[in-house]
Design a protein. Sequence first.
Length: 309
Amino acid sequence: MWLFVLFFLGASLFLAVLVWLKNNRRYRSGSSVASAYDKWTEDQLLERLWGDHVHLGYYGNPPRNFDFRQAKVAFVHELVKWSGLERLPPGSRVLDVGCGVGGSARILAKEYGLEVVGISISPAQVKRASALTSEGTSSRFEVMDALDLKFENGSFDAVWGVEVGPHIPDKQLFANELLRVLRPGGVLALADWNRRDAQDGEMTIFERFVMTQLLDQWAHPEFASIWEFRQNLLRSPFCQGVIETDDWTVPTSPSWIESILEGIRRPRAVLGLGPKAFVQAIREVPTILLMMWAFKTGLMQFGVFRIKS
Ligand SMILES: C[S@@+](CC[C@H](N)C(=O)[O-])C[C@H]1O[C@@H](n2cnc3c(N)ncnc32)[C@H](O)[C@@H]1O
């Protein structure tokens, strides 16, 4: 009897992994990223589970224990401080590149008095961001590709971008566009998932397998290393300062396990959306666990980028 149960469980697990491997969301073009985020937004799962911020939380260094949603808000304030955004006077214009459903933009507008334009490649996110933002708030949202920004050179006092880079196939063009629309002397605040630089060790066969999953499961064409993306910024014809970086892997690391625990703490958030959402939530778990492993072992790093003031 037990043998049969074990066999059944093993076979189900094997099938689940096969489905996970086969039904990935491999990057094909900007439209594959847009449709992945449209689905993630329309099924409401991410928002009900993790709130209106689609990024990791900041837990301090060494990390302290606190609520995942609060840690996401803390992340925004920490990046404001680190990048120097807080020194901008109220009314300054900020571009939030890859704005998700506008969680960061609303904080920048409400708590720092900034005028924020958020852009995302996903029409569903822009619709949701606009719906979540009350009238009279100085933030607005548009569908736009970060590789083809429809703004004049130097039209923003600050450029903000959180966890967008991994979806971008051409990192140099991305760096050029971000710095092109930033005015000379403006503030840059970027945070991204980066891979270990090749200079710090080639990937093992197992790491390569993990890396393929991290790319293919969540519509990522490629990760840059912190060193590489800093070079992209420095090489840009619009770069007008010294680019500084830091590694926030440790203060953001509890986010991975927290993102799974949130589903256990708030079962109704998932179950209330029906059986499809439950399957969808379970489907993300292996990728989250691989991300957690990759950040823990140094295969991945959480890079932040600013211009020295
Ligand atoms: C991980 S989410 C981060 C969202 C948001 N920055 C936040 O912190 O809540 C990545 C975001 O990048 C956007 N994105 C990806 N590729 C893009 C592109 N080429 N142009 C504009 N936005 C893009 C996605 O639509 C999504 O909003």
